[in-house]
Write a protein that binds this ligand. Sequence first.
Ligand code: NAP
Length: 315
Amino acid sequence: MENVYDLAIIGSGPAGLAAALYGARAKMKTLMIEGQKVGGQIVITHEVANYPGSVREATGPSLIERMEEQANEFGAEKVMDKIVDVDFDGKIKVIKGEKAEYKAKSVILATGAAPRLAGCPGEQELTGKGVSYCATCDADFFEDMEVFVVGGGDTAVEEAMYLAKFARKVTIVHRRDELRAAKSIQEKAFKNPKLAFMWNSAIEEIKGDGIVESAVFKNLVTGETTEYFANEEDGTFGIFVFIGYIPKSDIFKGKITLDDAGYIITDDNMKTNVEGVFAAGDIRVKSLRQVVTACADGAIAATQAEKYVEANFEE
Ligand code: NAP
């Protein structure tokens, strides 16, 4: 007989993992489809201080490892594939991957979001060669060197403080003259002697031959540009960009209702506008994108998916 899952989950961050746990625990035949790596964005977070219970050993990767183990224990199946298309028209939903096609009675979309790029010349060419979007991954490369952090939100300021444990100096480059980050985070940052601030500024260009060698910054008030060159001894410096995220919803365009920014619109029960299709985590329109809210979404979506399958498919 054709292999039809009760529940297919696209994405394996906290929302997808919580959905897999709840789905499998409810005895649904559950498949979780992960992209390149399990865990989503939280695996590039060094410290998870605000997920209840994560006091000890609170790193993104450790939290995800335990979530994954728990979902596996309850029997969720897992496959690694890049989804290229979806067909939600029929009662049985079809998910097309590069490797295979998957069929399911219900689907949870939990594809999350990706870091927004600064969009300046040189950024993409020098990514991994001085330009980074992950402090945990790359901080130790800049031990006792100069680092610039672009952005003024919670992520930029928290990651800047983490980078300051390694770097000689960390300069936060922000496009306005005050930070967006929570006041409690700002207070800590202003007290950190290794942090400096470049206000009303944007990064205009990143230059280097195979490695970052200089960067051009523009003062948005005066229009003045300045070029910062790597210290001769260091030969390079770091540029970390933390300016928000972009939803990974391209493959759902035209299939599911999205808002103007590309986030999936759901109701409180995580239902999208298509029967049997739910969304959970950072991919959906919501006021707080955190691990705790992603997990809650995943749990609600899986519980609703179970109700939907029970009501719409006969044994
Ligand atoms: P965010 O709050 O959206 O902040 C993005 C920052 O980047 C803002 O300062 C923004 O400037 C700047 N920015 C946006 N586009 C830009 C561009 N094209 N060029 C230059 N700068 C640009 O994003 P986030 O800091 O990643 O946080 C995302 C969510 O996670 C938030 O809800 C945040 O509270 C939450 N979070 C919480 C914690 C925590 O509680 N410990 C930690 C990390 C993240 P403007 O300020 O001028 O708009």
